[in-house]
Design a protein around this ligand. Structure first.
Ligand code: NI
Length: 261
């Protein structure tokens, strides 16, 4: 019988896992705690690393894309290479793409240009997208929903319950990270209440966003149990129900049929 966590957003290629990546992933899969993880690319190099990880682990899948932080530096060759990477059999979505008005590492016009260009690629290839939206809710939602043929997930959702409702009505998924376990997460709690059963995903965004009570430590997929437990509490459901629901939703969203014996 299938069981375990589906971590919809991770960065195991991050150098903070260099010392124990294999041991950690082997342990998570061997224990049955982790069903699958999607490793997300942020530029061409990390997208390629994500695909290498996906080749090495049956339960790891990859997204390929150019993060808003990298929008300014992306070249024409990068976009050509990105399209090639999309054809890899374990490339399950384009991402993470979107807008980040918190750091503004790339000028906003460049961020929008890169975002729209990758939405167009997703439309052309019929792939879902993984959206990074930091303090850019309105522009992100406007651009994302302006493409009728493309849906995806807003990762580590930080918008309002109203925004979550708009997105799920348009066919989008909402993913929650360790942020929901933080003490001041009032808006996230309201959003968790607002999301429909069939639109809900969970994630680590590891090595970042470690849930309470491990906040400050390096995050990993095993800690998603604290995210699931918090969501279960907010929605008055059992842990098992939320774990199974988010696993089934992620399999459907990413188009994954993993046979576990
Ligand atoms: Ni991420």
């Amino acid at each position: 019988m299938e069981s375990g966590i589906f971590d919809s957003h991770a960065h195991y290629d991050d150098r903070r896992f260099d010392g124990d990546r294999t041991e950690l992933l082997d342990g998570l899969f061997a224990s049955g705690k982790l069903f699958a993880a999607v490793n997300c690319g942020c530029d061409i190099a990390s997208s390629e690393r994500s695909l290498r990880l996906a080749e090495a682990y049956e339960g790891v899948y990859a997204t390929v894309g150019i993060h808003p932080h990298e929008a300014e530096n992306a070249t024409e060759d990068d976009y050509l290479r990105l399209e090639e990477l999309c054809s890899h059999k374990k490339a399950v979505a384009i991402g993470e793409i979107g807008l980040d008005y918190h750091y503004d590492f790339s000028p906003r016009e460049k961020q929008k240009e890169a975002f729209i260009r990758q939405m167009e690629l997703a439309e052309k290839l019929g792939m879902p997208v993984v959206i990074h939206d930091r303090e850019a809710h309105k522009d992100c939602v406007d651009i994302a929903t302006s493409f009728n043929g493309v849906t995806g997930v807003f990762h580590s959702f930080s918008g309002s319950a109203e925004t979550a409702k708009i997105l799920q009505k348009a066919g989008w998924y909402i993913s929650f990270s360790g942020v929901v376990t933080f003490k001041n997460a009032k808006q996230a709690v309201l959003a968790v209440e607002a999301v429909a059963n069939d639109r809900l995903l969970v994630e680590t965004d590891c090595p970042y966003l470690t849930p309470h009570p491990y906040r400050g430590e390096r995050n990993h997929s095993g800690y998603v149990e604290h995210v699931i437990a918090k969501i279960a509490e907010i929605r008055s459901e059992s842990y098992e129900f939320i774990e199974t629901l988010t696993r089934e939703n992620a399999k459907r969203f990413f188009g994954i049929e993993r046979v576990v014996t």
